[in-house]
Design a protein around this ligand. Structure first.
Ligand SMILES: NC(=O)c1ccc[n+]([C@@H]2O[C@H](COP(=O)([O-])OP(=O)(O)OC[C@H]3O[C@@H](n4cnc5c(N)ncnc54)[C@H](OP(=O)(O)O)[C@@H]3O)[C@@H](O)[C@H]2O)c1
Length: 334
């Protein structure tokens, strides 16, 4: 039986310790499709899982990793054959199911997307759940009719994975983009990704009792929540829309009905985890085709630090502390 490497987080008296260990195929959970993972990535949820957040992962030892791209090794599902290149993101991967920070995963067939030919496994994981979620946010805004002619779009948490890719996508689609960040030193980087202006996140996160604020943006991609989201709702132009996908700052939302009944603002929730597989397939196809702006090389160069499984423990800590910029691509083969 082949043994392989996996990142394993163990619990020791309330401390959670990640390390690379060897495992055997028989240790994997049951499932329809066995996948040899070539690339994974690190998302905020992985940092939560690896630090013992029981809302994400209940029991340890555990292998995190909500993203995986690789090659089918064997399948009991007629939908997949040995050698198919596939992507798995979301559902329970890496939460309470063995995740993608591992040379192998075994998962249900209805979690698996055939990788579109326009993306390599590596490019798919440069994007990962963060890029997928950014694409969902942008798609949601486009579906309610937001257009570049209406004015700038605000992206919060802009140096994070979702934020940075949202900046890049919106800019490539012709939008003016205001990037809100706690790291003003990253201004040249955000500008290179396509931001037209960069603001200090304190401006938008300061609590205010004012029921409404001066209008500034046609739309917002919010990854932060809390007072940031509440203020964004008060400052969106008449008829504008806010795509809410994250809670990097807070899970709270204190608001009144005024933005909705005075300015007709839409607040739209975005979930990349449990959405139907057909919709996932469609978003990946879009990222591989019309939203594959041929600057993927540029995006990867700007956005990602490439690390091996052995670099994951340090990277998880940086992401948990909100100190990173962009994304970590994990090359599983090393
Ligand atoms: N709905 C979904 O399906 C879905 C999918 C993926 C992610 N998410 C959520 O979206 C959020 C962003 O994910 P991500 O992968 O982009 O995370 P990330 O890479 O860790 O980035 C989060 C960014 O938020 C900002 N931030 C961190 N702490 C903050 C604080 N206390 N107050 C205000 N801003 C803060 C930082 O950006 P700046 O320094 O630039 O301000 C940070 O880089 C997370 O809450 C994640 O759980 C949701």
């Amino acid at each position: 039986m082949e043994d392989f490497k996996a990142l394993v987080v163990t619990e020791d008296n309330g401390y959670y310790l990640p390390g690379v260990e060897r495992r055997e195929l028989q240790d994997l959970p049951p499932g329809d499709v066995l996948i040899r993972v070539s690339y994974s990535s690190i998302n905020y949820k992985d940092a939560l899982s690896a630090s013992g957040n029981k809302g994400v992962t209940r029991s340890f030892p555990h292998t995190p990793g909500i993203d995986a791209a690789g090659v089918v090794e064997s399948s009991s599902s007629p939908n997949f054959n040995k050698g198919d290149e596939v992507i798995v993101t979301g559902y329970d991967l890496g939460m309470n199911t063995w995740g993608g920070l591992s040379e192998f995963i075994r998962v249900p067939a209805n979690w698996v997307v055939n990788k579109p030919s326009g993306l390599s496994c590596r490019q798919a994981m440069v994007l990962g759940t963060a890029g997928f979620t950014a694409a969902m946010c942008v798609d949601t805004l486009l579906q309610v009719g937001i257009a570049p002619s209406q004015g700038p779009v605000l992206v919060t948490g802009a140096t994070g994975g979702v934020g940075a890719i949202a900046v890049w996508l919106l800019s490539n689609l012709g939008f003016e983009v205001t990037a809100s960040t706690g790291k003003l030193a990253a201004t040249p980087w955000l500008t290179a990704l396509g931001a037209t202006s960069v603001i200090n996140r304190d401006i938008i996160s300061e609590p205010t009792k004012k029921p409404m604020l001066k209008t500034e943006w046609a739309a917002v991609v919010d990854t932060v929540g809390g007072d940031t989201l509440s203020n964004a709702l008060k400052a969106v132009q008449y008829g504008g829309s806010v795509a809410c996908c994250g809670m990097a700052g807070s899970t709270e939302l204190n608001t009144s009905v005024f933005p909705f009944i005075i300015r007709g603002i839409n607040l739209m929730g975005v979930d990349s985890v449990e959405l139907p597989l057909e919709v996932k397939i469609d978003i990946w196809r879009m990222l591989a085709d019309e939203w594959n702006f041929k600057e993927s090389g540029v995006l990867e160069g700007l956005l990602c630090k490439s690390i091996s499984l052995y670099g994951v423990p340090d990277a998880l800590e940086t992401v948990l502390d909100g100190k990173h910029q962009g994304r970590y691509l994990v090359s599983i083969a090393g």
